[in-house]
Every structure is written in structure tokens, then in C-alpha cells.
Design a protein around this ligand. Sequence first.
Ligand SMILES: NC(=O)c1ccc[n+]([C@@H]2O[C@H](COP(=O)([O-])OP(=O)(O)OC[C@H]3O[C@@H](n4cnc5c(N)ncnc54)[C@H](O)[C@@H]3O)[C@@H](O)[C@H]2O)c1
Length: 362
Amino acid sequence: MTASEPVPLRIGVVGAGFMGRQHIEVIRAASGADLIAIADPVPPDDVAQDLPVYADATAMLAAERLDAVVIAGPNRMHVETAVACLEAGVAVLLEKPVAIDYAEARRLVASVDRVHGRLLVGHHRRHHPAVARARAAILAGELGEVVAISGLWSARKEDAYFADTPWHRLPGAGVMLINLVHDLDLLRHLCGEVAEIQAMSSSHARGLEVEDTVSLSLRFEAGALGSLLASDAGVSPWGWDQATEETLAFPYVPDGVAYRIVGTRGALSVPNLAKYAYDPSVSADWRSPLSRTYLSVAPRGSFQAQFDHFVDVARGRAEPLVSAEDGARTLALVEAAALAAATRAAVDVERFRAEIDASEPA
Ligand SMILES: NC(=O)c1ccc[n+]([C@@H]2O[C@H](COP(=O)([O-])OP(=O)(O)OC[C@H]3O[C@@H](n4cnc5c(N)ncnc54)[C@H](O)[C@@H]3O)[C@@H](O)[C@H]2O)c1
């Protein structure tokens, strides 16, 4: 550390399971932060040998002087833990989903507002350089006006995922809330708010209570239409996890596509950033040859980029790229999709949120 560099942030991790361990690796590799302690009632033996371990976040906050925490415990403890940290003046990186439902997420939003808390939600895909480049292309009008977007995520989860963990078999833990929540958050980030949603869901492939396959139709406020298909029962190379090298546990398919964005002047697939456009010297319509060029970006891991951004948020140098309000809105969209699937009727997303806002005080 040189004289001009700030003192490293003192960080605690709450929940050292699958996701907490990924965060721990990133923190240990980061230069702007020191990992100080872990809170987990059952920490894995190998992660915490050199660190104090507490049974929960309350005990850790009482014993340690922390600047920030990463919360990666079960969803049901997210809001309560995040609020306790914010009220202690500690910055929070909170894993998704921010809460178990939108009504509870509003408590978190209210707490952030009340204490002017610094909180970043762990929708890490937004930090991927291809996403930033795609968003810049859309905002700069490089595709013309966006008219449609299509997304697909499908991978076959192992049978033990459902057999060994009872809550994975129950409604709320299906492909919608576990996986599609990321795609919906990213589509909000790329194309703006969703005004209306229709959905079909199925548990046909696995025969469990929880859904394994869903199909969504979206109408964005800006006018574009979208379709999203997801399944955790079907083998496929298509989806964010296969198209990026973010999670080493999953196979990487180079040049892969998770989303196709269609504009009046060009099309873009993400995250491979292949851009298609007609040759303007011929004509600006389907009679013209199509060119394909790849937009260029410097490679960067989303989790590292997310953590660097979190350090800036914690130091008060940046507004969060994914705020508590964002996390709550994405969660509301998942719930609206589930309602649309259950009722087989289109759901007006703003009215859906407004009814919950009116019925339950935050
Ligand atoms: N961003 C992503 O892509 C991504 C991927 C997977 C999971 N997640 C999220 O990360 C969170 C954790 O998921 P996971 O798959 O790592 O679960 P996990 O079950 O592997 O780990 C959870 C850990 O929390 C601990 N824990 C339980 N109660 C606790 C408490 N009161 N205080 C502190 N620790 C407690 C458990 O002992 C366990 O070690 C979830 O919110 C999940 O949605 C995000």
C-alpha cells in the first residue's frame, strides 16, 4: 500500500456455502479489501482456518469492526441481516434474490432510504464487460430502435440437486426464481422496465411440484417485445452460464449466445457481441447482404468487477449499479411471471407492484 492508497476495507462474509466461497476467493485476491471474519453456523472446514468464525451476523457485527459485509446465506435471512448491517453503518453486498418476495424486499428498500445505506445487489451479470458494451450500443442507438429481444437459458441440473435438498423441490425454488431471475434482471438493465408479462410454466419433465420449464412473453415500456425460455431439465449449450466462463463448474461454449437483440438498424447477440447489419450501400432492408462484426471488449470476470465496484460503493465513491430498488423490481417481475403462469392471464407489472405497495406497509 502506498501513501496515496486508502486503507483496505475490512470485510466480513455471512454464509460460506457455494456462493460465499466464490466471494471469499474474490476478496482474498482483491487489493482494496481484507477478509476479517466469517459468520456461518456450519462453516466448511477448509474456508475459515485462519479467520474468526461467528454463528451469525449479529455476533460478528458485535465483535468485529467492519466496513462492509457480503451476505450469501439462505434467502430467508437476507433482509433481516442486511438491515442490521446497514443500521450499523456497514456497507452490504447482498446476494440475489434480495428477499423471499417483493413485499419483504420493500423493507430493505425502506431501510436503505432511511439510513442512506450503501448496498449493492449481487446480480453479477450486469458487471460483465459484454453487458456494459451491449447496453452502450443500445443506448447509443447503434441498433436503431430495439423492437424485440429473445433469451434462452437451459441446462440439465443433476437429479441429486432435487433429491438431496428438499427446498429445491418446492415452489419458489424453481427455474424461475433460481435462474430466470438473472435473465429478467439483465433484460431490465438492457431494455428497460417490463410493462406486461404473460407466462406458461410446466413441471412435466421432472414431475416435481416445482416448475422445471417456463416460457415468458414480455412487453417492455419502451415498446419492444421479448420472449424468454428457460428449463433446468433440458440439455443445451444455450444460456448465460455456458456462454461465459463465469462459473467454472459449468461447461464453456465459446462464441455462445444467451440473448438476441433485434433493432431497426441492426441485431446483436450477447454475450458474444456479434453485430449484424445490412450493407447500407445496397439497401437498408432484407434484400441487402448482412454483415457480421464482433464488438470488442477487454475480458474481465464479472465477480471481480462486481467486487471492485462494491468497494467503490462502500467507500461512497459510486452509486450501486444494482440498487435495492432494482433487486426488488426484478423480484416483483419474477412474482408477476409466476402469477401470470398460475392465472394464465397477462399481468400488468406496475399495477401488480402498486397493489402490494398499497396493501403492505414497508
Ligand atoms: N449470484 C449467483 O449467481 C448465485 C448463485 C448461487 C447462489 N446465489 C445466492 O447465494 C445465496 C447462498 O446460496 P448458496 O447456493 O451458496 O447456498 P448454500 O446452502 O451453499 O450456502 C449457504 C450457507 O449459509 C449458511 N447459513 C445458514 N444460515 C445462516 C445464518 N443465519 N447466518 C449465516 N450463515 C448461514 C449455511 O451454513 C451455508 O454454509 C442464496 O441467496 C442464493 O440465491 C447466487
